[in-house]
Design a protein around this ligand. Structure first.
Ligand SMILES: Nc1ncnc2c1ncn2[C@@H]1O[C@H](COP(=O)(O)OP(=O)(O)O)[C@@H](O)[C@H]1O
Ligand SMILES: Nc1ccn([C@@H]2O[C@H](COP(=O)(O)OP(=O)(O)O)[C@@H](O)[C@H]2O)c(=O)n1
Length: 228
């Protein structure tokens, strides 16, 4: 039992986890943690240090690099700081998206990230989104939500977002990346993506942002209404 509550929001790529987790944290006054951003930062670091070769992470190359690195969230705007530099934009690039599931499949990287993720929950209530939050990071989280949406709808949402940022990428490339990451994230040997047995599923394919928040808050109030 932790001193503070933990709300886990897990699910497939681009289904709206960050949007929902951020909304819940805002309503409850909890800290929002984007665990995917941490794996994306590790991936950016691996690319910058030429530790990815032929689509594989060279672990001998990357181990000393990641051990020296700092990965933090700036408290003022929640931007991710990699070695004290704001990399919020770079970690969302298609190049990082292409390599992140490979980097995130390595146990030594996950151990470093999970340790940081757990330490956040010792200081305040957290809403954390990711792939293994309810199954591995906080297996006894007070609230577990598993978000899903149809693959094509998820790819359309991510494509739309990238278009708005003028990123030069086709819908097919985005769709391919979404499918590949889902496949790799579900089939890795360490803490694979899956719905925790006690997670409650929300399919938001045809829900608006406010409808998904409403459903999630109903779950939260049922589970931890007494401590809020
Ligand atoms: N219910 C929804 N309906 C339509 N678009 C949504 C919904 N929820 C989130 N989005 C949009 O979908 C995209 C992916 O959402 P995001 O929260 O980044 O997903 P994830 O964290 O799962 O990758 C974003 O552009 C976001 O604004
Ligand atoms: N808890 C987590 C969060 C992300 N990840 C990895 O990091 C990648 C990027 O996560 P993300 O949440 O930013 O991805 P999107 O759903 O936003 O596209 C995922 O595809 C996983 O490979 C993970 O392995 N475990």
């Amino acid at each position: 039992m932790s001193a503070y509550y933990r709300i886990a929001v897990d699910g497939f790529s681009s289904c709206g986890k960050s949007t929902l987790a951020r909304q819940i944290a805002e309503v409850l006054g909890a800290v929002y943690i984007d665990s995917g951003a941490m794996y994306r930062a590790a991936t950016l670091l691996a690319i910058q240090n030429n530790c990815i070769r032929d689509w594989h992470l060279d672990t001998g190359c990357f181990m000393p690099v990641i051990q020296r690195a700092t990965i933090e969230f700036r408290t003022t705007d929640n931007h991710l700081l990699l070695n004290e530099k704001d990399v919020e934009k770079e970690i969302r690039s298609p190049e990082v998206a292409d390599h992140v599931s490979e980097v995130a499949s390595h146990g030594f990287i996950r151990e470093i990230m999970v340790q940081m993720q757990r330490s956040y929950s010792e200081k305040s209530p957290v809403v954390m989104d990711g792939r293994d939050i309810g199954t591995h990071v906080f297996p006894d989280a007070e609230v577990k939500i598993f978000l899903t949406a149809e693959p094509r709808i998820r790819a359309e949402r991510r494509y739309q977002e990238l278009q708005e940022q003028s990123v030069n990428i086709s819908f097919d490339e985005v769709f391919e990346n979404v499918k590949k990451r889902d496949e790799k994230d579900q089939n890795r040997s360490v803490a694979p993506l899956r719905k925790a047995d006690d997670a409650i599923e929300i399919n938001n394919s045809y829900l608006s942002r406010s409808e998904q928040l409403e459903q999630a808050l109903e779950i939260v109030h049922k589970k931890i209404g007494d401590v809020l």
